[in-house]
Ligand binder design. Sequence first.
Ligand code: CDP
Length: 804
Amino acid sequence: MKDLDEREERRSALKGLGCSRKRVEDVRFTQGKGHYVDDISMPGMLHGDFVRSPYAHARVVSIDASKALALPGVVAVLTAKDLEPLSLHWMPTLAGDKQMVLADGKVLFQGQEVAFVVAKDRYIAADAVELVEVEYEELPVLVDPFEALQSDVVLREDIKDAKEGAHGPRKHHNHIFTWEEGNAEATEQAIGAAEVVAEEMIYYHRTHPCPLEPCGTVASMDKVNGKLTIWGTFQAPHVVRTVASLLSGIEEHNIRVVSPDIGGGFGNKVGVYPGYVCAIVASIVTGVPVKWIEDRMENLMATAFARDYWMKGRIAATKEGKITALDVHVTADHGAFDACADPTKFPAGFFHIVTGSYDIPVAHVAVDGVYTNKAPGGVAYRCSFRVTEAAYCIERMIEVLAIELGMDAAELRRINFIKKEQFPYQSALGWEYDSGDYHTAWDKALKAVDYEGLRKEQAERVEAFKRGETRKLLGIGLTHFTEIVGAGPVKNCDILGMGMFDSCEIRIHPTGSAIARLGTISQGQGHATTFAQILASEIGLSADSITIEEGDTDTAPYGLGTYGSRSTPVAGAATAMAGRKIRAKAQMIAAYLLEVHDDDLEWDVDRFVVKGAPERFKTMKDIAYAAYNQAIPGLEPGLEAVSYYDPPNMTYPFGAYICVMEVDVDTGEWEVRQFYALDDCGTRINPMVIEGQVHGGVTEALAIAMGQEIAYDEMGNCKTGTLMDFYLPTAWETPNYTTDFTETPSPHHPIGAKGVGESPNVGGVPAFSNAVHDAFRAFGLRQSHMPHDHWRIWKIAQSLGLHQ
Ligand code: CDP
């Protein structure tokens, strides 16, 4: 017993896996000591600012920069003509398309970059922007993807005759690609033969990640040493280095990319933006550092949007509710350039996780990408490459099917869940789900909220409403989602040809502390806290004595960065594997010190112990010291390891979310009375960090479902380019959440962990939206598009004749 207590004491002193260790990075963040891109100031640094298009579609007749250049302090005004000799007036996108860096002959969306002013300070640059005279000739605008596919108006004149795009044949001059997965014929047959078929158009509107810190960069070309340093808000710094080398011709070892502290990314900071290219070019040309920091409006109007998927679903079932087939056709509005951030082979991301948590025998999806006069992008805003669209689609279709069947939606889910014993599960659309136990999670969730009691209360509320005793309805929003996170594997996931592995390099110092460097980069997720915990458990040194460093390509091993909740599944695995290499060498050192064979030792929390002789041991601290101070025959000095981890599969976290919402029929106002979020992300590294991730993600889901939108008028004017119009909930508008968990480890991840950062967004959006729909189910509502702001909810009530 004493031994056990002593071992537990040593284990808890490590602050390893499962410990709610306080976030080490918060010491600096809460004291204003964070260091962001805009904090960088260098002698002689110049500042860039953009002239942007006021039109969504127009020919650029002329650009006259003479007045701007005459303003004291203005150094240069770059246009496409200046970039053309360098072949930098267009740049490749992550989706195999190309994008104008500066307007080349015409503009294709409001806010598009037309000219780049470089000046001695930010204010002069902004004044000079006003002095650049651009003459435009307006062209017809297309903001509706369905109309764009019929229209004679050619948006992308540069590829108007191209019959093939990066992802196969194009059907029309505004068409980008068709991408399909699954068995169309078998799905059609199953739908044709089905007893019940529900069909619905589900729109997941255009929105934006809107990180608190917008995008920016400082580029500094040191002409003496031939070294280019780029600091920036980059979610994938190594990829930026490789792209910068390919575009500029500067050898990669002469480029250093640094992501300092980043104030939120959520997918917005994955892509390469014209501002980065212009700042780099300006610095190479002038030989002094150039800073470009966008403002809030620029961030919302011009950097990468998210979603904008029109999803036509058909779901077939037996009368008893067993789902027999699913077909989804998506019309995807990609805006002016196809700049979606997806692994190369997946132009619709991982949308084909759309069968969700359900055992659906046959399925088919097809996605048509379309150009319109809107900003480019298509990033995974806190979701793993179109997974949130997929989860929203299936979770809405389940609700619609429940209406069609006259069934309880919780029961419909239960009878269709993939069963625990079916894992690893091969989905009809080609994924192999690694592990799951959906029934246990679902039952726990329903019990926790007293689902039956809620349904009873809801029915009573409907009766009271009919009697005129209340004007508020009650909605119960159910969701069971399955995520797919952790891209790779390398064999089928790459970005611009670079396989999606990740990495960790560890150095143990002689005194038994350590530094570990990773290929990922935290943007607020707390990697410095949690990755040290993985290592603490693997190598038996306290997390407090392990520094985690990310984001500097001169020091960190090559990695593909942080997005799509891939850090834990991929870099987290690399960390554990590198830790195991350390431990393997440590075992040899301990064997030498204890004069026994390696096999006579066993690992015990923070030490190697001679089997059967517990009093004979060497702690990791002893071993670290010996690694540098003893000449051990056959072993190199030092204690270091590196691991590049190519995951064998992705991980499939899941969760059960329930939202209870009161909806005022007369005002459209809503109030979240209860929100229960059960997440299963396999082995939990830090429960407190996970809870924080869930709170943040559910709040972003609340924003998306209930008000957040990038909206355009028919002229292509962006109507939501400020935080006055773009809904970003404050603490005041954020409800309380109850978090819960089950723990089903991933069988292939070294510590069984799955990602979690994006689950709350993926699960939260349908939970809120289903709650709104459910409140009106008794009055005949089947489908209504998000965001469910007060006005739209009021319109639902109006259309159902509920107003007096
Ligand atoms: O890639 P990203 O960091 O955005 O997402 P993630 O891998 O889901 O991790 C988000 C945060 O939650 C990190 O600090 C993880 O270490 C932590 N986490 C955890 O404590 N346990 C898990 N099973 C998964 C993530």
